[in-house]
Design a protein. Structure first.
Length: 416
């Protein structure tokens, strides 16, 4: 059995990182595999995306991006058309005997070629694009109503050309030719949403979470203080996202509102520190008198584990999470998590057992969760951290997730 992983990239973005971690989780399984991307990486595949193919693909991608401008929408998430595609990716899909499809937007594979995935593919959804129109997330009830009912003139919720409906109709027509595939989603929330959708409601959808390498993401106990200028007795609140604090979906504005309330509530905020990671810039600043250390992009997972380990809590105030990678990494390092009782975080955070689930999307409730830990004894905080580690080991470790995935591969191979 040889598995061909297909995705746009493994170099950046949450989906690329999750796909590569799934690939690496299979290291000890003995499964032969390769990972083919638009952005070639010779470490994972010897197959070459020729210059002319890259150039033609780039033209298609830019054209797709410009077409999206004819639609005016309040939905701030990414939109993708997949109407041009890459001839390189199409060729690799055609030649492969068993496929694991990851994030294939940015014109990686056009919708009209999805039939080539039939009877030999696992398709992992890293966001909601596969069952939406052009948008990658249905961020509001009005959009999700279209996801359930189907995209029509009657329920149009955009101005200008309804590109979402145009792409949804292309999917509706071409999904009829897509058969014998298994969809995997990283959370129970996403499975429920996919099963309600008009496009995927009758499909085989399984929950396979993103894997966490617990041999890397573990408590680092011998850190040298001061670390990033932080003292050992500081109460450290950590926030992380791929685009740092600028991402509205990741809810940094909600965290700021919660911090404001905490700064008013506490008489002494001198022991509070905030760390943020994932942005482009390294700098120091203050929020309501509390020191903020922005450490920028962290490429090393070991360094990331160190940041979680020195943190008292990690706050994940996202408006939506397909999974909750930062939350799972933090718990694996025995650092409790505060997040909203919503979307993928509900599978990861167990309320007042390994973290705190705040009322969506209320800064008051988020502040309550932060203060619950702030006022907690060190002994209890450590116990909750240990419970978090145990939850990750039992449900999200490489061993657990790879076993689930291999079982699905064997099922598909048996049906070839």
């Amino acid at each position: 059995m040889k598995i061909t992983f297909i995705g746009y990239t493994i170099k950046r973005g949450g989906a690329g990182k999750a796909a590569l971690r799934m690939y690496n989780a299979l290291d000890k399984s003995g499964v032969e595999r390769e990972f083919i991307t638009i952005e070639n990486n010779s470490l994972y595949s010897a197959k070459d995306n020729k210059y002319i193919e890259k150039y033609i693909h780039l033209i298609g991608w830019i054209t797709s991006y410009l077409i999206c401008k004819f639609q005016k929408t309040k939905n701030i998430t990414k939109h993708s058309l997949n109407i041009f595609g890459s001839s390189f990716i199409k060729r690799q899909v055609s030649e492969a005997s068993l496929l694991h499809i990851h994030w294939i937007n940015n014109e990686s594979l056009r919708i009209k070629d999805f039939y080539l995935l039939s009877n030999k593919s696992v398709i992992t959804l890293h966001d909601e694009w596969f069952y939406c129109g052009a948008e990658h997330l249905a961020l509001d009830d009005e959009t999700f109503k279209r996801v359930i009912e189907g995209y029509s003139f009657v329920n149009k919720n955009v101005k200008g050309i309804d590109i979402n409906r145009f792409i949804w109709n292309i999917k509706k027509q071409n999904y009829k030719l897509l058969s014998g595939v298994i969809f995997t989603v990283p959370s129970s929330w996403m499975k429920d949403r996919a099963q309600q959708s008009n496009l995927l409601k009758n499909r085989d959808i399984r929950i396979v979470p993103n894997p966490i390498d617990t041999s890397i993401f573990k408590k680092q106990k011998d850190l040298d203080y001061p670390y990033y200028g932080i003292l050992k007795n500081n109460f450290i609140i950590t926030f992380g996202a791929v685009k740092g604090s600028i991402s509205n979906i990741k809810g940094f504005d909600l965290l700021i509102s919660a911090i404001e309330k905490i700064s008013i509530y506490l008489d002494d905020i001198s022991m509070l520190k905030i760390i943020t990671f994932g942005g482009k810039v390294k700098k120091k600043s203050t929020i309501f008198g509390i020191d903020v250390i922005e450490v920028g992009h962290i490429s090393s997972e070991s360094e990331l584990a160190e940041i979680y380990s020195l943190s008292s809590i990690t706050v994940v105030p996202s408006r939506v999470e397909s999974f909750g990678q930062v939350a799972a990494e933090s718990l694996s390092c025995e650092t409790p998590v505060v997040g909203f009782d919503h979307s993928g975080l509900k599978d990861i955070i167990i309320h007042k057992k390994n973290g705190f689930l705040a009322t969506p999307f209320e800064p008051d409730s988020l502040a309550e969760g932060i203060l619950w830990f702030y006022n907690m004894s060190k002994t209890k905080l450590c116990h909750i951290g240990e419970c978090g580690r145990s939850h990750i080991e039992l449900n999200f470790s490489n061993k657990i997730v790879s076993e689930k995935m291999i079982s699905i591969y064997n099922e598909i191979e048996g049906n070839l």
